[in-house]
Design a protein around this ligand. Structure first.
Ligand code: HSE
Length: 431
C-alpha cells in the first residue's frame, strides 16, 4: 500500500521528538499501522539541532504544509491559539486529517474545529494534548465506554508538579525550579500558563468533555495556580497527614458538572500524593469499573511524541474505515452531547484547609469556630502553634461544605479584629 504522508508543523521540543520517534521506530510503527508513515514535509521557522532532517523538505511557512496536496495528515505542534487555529482550519478545509498536541487550541476552539472536521469527514486527534505520554483520552473514550463516569481528578501539569515536588523535597526556591523546568522543555512558552493553572484547566476541560459528553467549555473552568502556596502550608499539610498537589477535578452532580483546577490537600498515602516530579496521573471513577489510575510522563519531547505518533497510527488505521464507525471526537456521538451545565465554583463542594493569623488572646478560637458552626461547617482538626509572638498561626481542617458557605464564613472570620490579614484557604479532597 502507498505510504501515508505526514507534514509536521513546528520542530520544537515535541515536534523534534515526533520526527525522531517516527524515524527511529519506522519499521515497528508500520507493522502496527499497516502502512509506511513518511514525513513528507516539515514547516518550521527554525531547525532543531536534535533532528537529522536531511532528505526531508523544509518550509519556513507552516501554511505550505497545510496546502501541500501530497500530505495526508498535518501534525500541528506549534502551540498557541490563533495561528494554530488558522493552520488547523486550513488543513481541514483542504481535506487533511489533523493530529495536534495543542490543549489550548482544543479547549478553546475544539467545538468549532470538530464541527468543521465532521463536515469535511476528517479526523482530529489530540491524545498528546492531555497528560503528555499517558493514553488517558483513549482510555476514557474507548476503554471506559461502558461506564457512567462519576468523577476524575488528576495531576495534569508536569511543570507545576515538578515545582511542588522540588519545593517540598529539597526546599528549593520556586523561581529556580521553574527556570529548570523551562530549560528541560517542560514549561509552556508562557510559563504563567503552568503556574497559574491555565494549562491544567485546558486539559481538564478536554477530559471533562469526553468523560461526561458535554461540549468544551474552558471559559467556565475555575482556575487557581500554585504561585500562592507557601512553605508553611506545605509543612502544616504534612503535619496533618496531607500533601499539597495541584489538581484538576471534575465531578458529575445532579445539578451539573464541577470543573475546577486548584491546589488541593490530599491524604499523604493516596496514590496521587506520591506522583512526583514531571509525572502526571489521572484517577477516574466509573460506575462499573470503580477507580482506575493512569500514570506516566506528562511532558517532555519523546513522552509527548509517543502520544502524537499513536494518534498518527490511529488516523492511518481509520483512513480505510467506514466514516460512521469512527470513534467520535468527544467520545459521544456529535448529536448526543448533553446540556448538563458546568457549575460555578460557589456551588461546588469540598473540604477545606484554612490558615489564619490570630491574636494571642482568650476567646479567639471560640469566635472562629462559632462562625464555622453557624454556617453548618464541621471541623475535622485544629492546630494552634506555640509562639512568643503576639500573633499565632491557627490551622483548621473542615469537612465538606458548599463553597458559598465557606466564602461567607471566611468573610466573617476576616472581619474579626482578632484575625490579622487574609485567611489562606486550600481545598481538600479525600479521593
Ligand atoms: N507545560 C506542560 C506541562 C507541557 O508542564 O505539563 C505538557 O502539556
Amino acid at each position: 500500500m502507498k505510504p501515508v504522508k505526514v507534514g509536521i508543523c513546528g520542530l520544537g521540543t515535541v515536534g523534534g521528538g515526533t520526527f525522531n520517534v517516527l524515524k527511529r521506530n519506522a519499521d515497528e510503527i508500520s507493522r502496527r499501522a499497516g502502512r509506511r508513515i513518511v514525513v513528507e514535509q516539515i514547516g518550521a521557522r527554525r531547525d532543531n539541532p536534535d533532528c537529522d532532517t536531511k532528505g526531508t523538505q523544509i518550509s519556513r511557512d507552516i501554511f505550505d504544509v497545510a496546502s501541500n496536496p501530497e500530505i495526508d495528515i498535518v501534525v500541528e505542534l506549534i502551540g498557541g491559539y490563533d495561528v494554530a487555529r488558522e493552520l488547523v482550519m486550513t488543513a481541514i478545509e483542504n481535506g487533511k486529517h489533523v493530529v495536534t498536541a495543542n490543549k489550548a487550541l482544543i479547549a478553546v476552539h475544539g467545538n468549532e474545529i470538530f464541527e468543521a472536521a465532521q463536515k469535511k469527514n476528517v479526523m482530529v486527534a489530540f491524545e498528546s494534548a492531555v497528560a503528555g505520554g499517558i493514553p488517558v483520552i483513549k482510555a476514557i473514550r474507548e476503554g471506559l465506554a461502558a461506564n457512567q463516569i462519576n468523577w476524575l481528578a488528576g495531576i495534569i501539569n508536569g511543570t507545576g508538579n515538578f515545582i511542588l515536588t522540588e519545593m517540598r523535597d529539597k526546599g528549593r526556591d520556586f523561581a529556580d525550579v521553574l527556570a529548570e523546568a523551562q530549560a528541560l522543555g517542560y514549561a509552556e512558552a508562557d510559563p504563567t500558563f503552568d503556574v497559574e493553572g491555565i494549562d491544567a484547566a485546558h486539559k481538564l476541560t478536554i477530559l471533562a468533555s469526553i468523560a461526561f459528553g458535554i461540549p468544551l467549555q474552558f471559559d467556565k473552568a475555575y482556575t487557581e495556580g500554585i504561585s500562592q502556596i507557601t512553605p508553611e502550608d506545605v509543612q502544616y499539610a504534612e503535619e496533618l497527614g496531607y500533601r499539597i498537589k495541584h489538581l484538576g477535578v471534575s465531578r458529575r452532580t445532579e445539578q451539573g458538572v464541577e470543573l475546577r483546577v486548584h491546589p488541593t490537600l490530599i491524604p499523604a498515602q493516596a496514590l496521587l500524593a506520591n506522583v512526583n516530579g514531571v509525572m502526571n496521573a489521572v484517577l477516574v471513577d466509573g460506575d462499573a469499573v470503580g477507580q482506575t489510575l493512569y500514570y506516566g510522563a506528562g511532558a517532555g519531547a519523546e513522552p509527548t511524541a509517543s502520544a502524537v505518533v499513536a494518534d498518527i497510527v490511529d488516523v492511518v488505521r481509520t483512513l480505510t474505515a467506514d466514516r460512521d464507525n469512527r470513534v467520535p471526537h468527544l467520545a459521544f456521538q456529535p448529536g448526543q452531547l448533553s446540556d448538563l451545565p458546568v457549575l460555578p465554583i460557589e456551588q461546588t463542594e469540598t473540604a477545606y484547609y484554612l490558615r489564619m493569623q490570630a491574636a494571642e488572646q482568650p476567646g479567639v478560637l471560640a469566635m472562629v469556630t462559632k462562625i464555622l458552626g453557624d454556617q453548618g461547617i464541621n471541623i475535622e482538626a485544629i492546630i494552634q502553634k506555640e509562639t512568643s509572638e503576639e500573633q499565632v498561626p491557627v490551622i483548621i481542617l473542615t469537612q465538606r461544605v458548599q463553597e458559598q458557605k465557606m466564602n461567607d464564613a471566611i468573610a466573617q472570620i476576616e472581619a474579626l479584629d482578632a484575625i490579622n490579614g487574609a485567611v489562606t484557604r486550600i481545598r481538600v479532597e479525600q479521593l
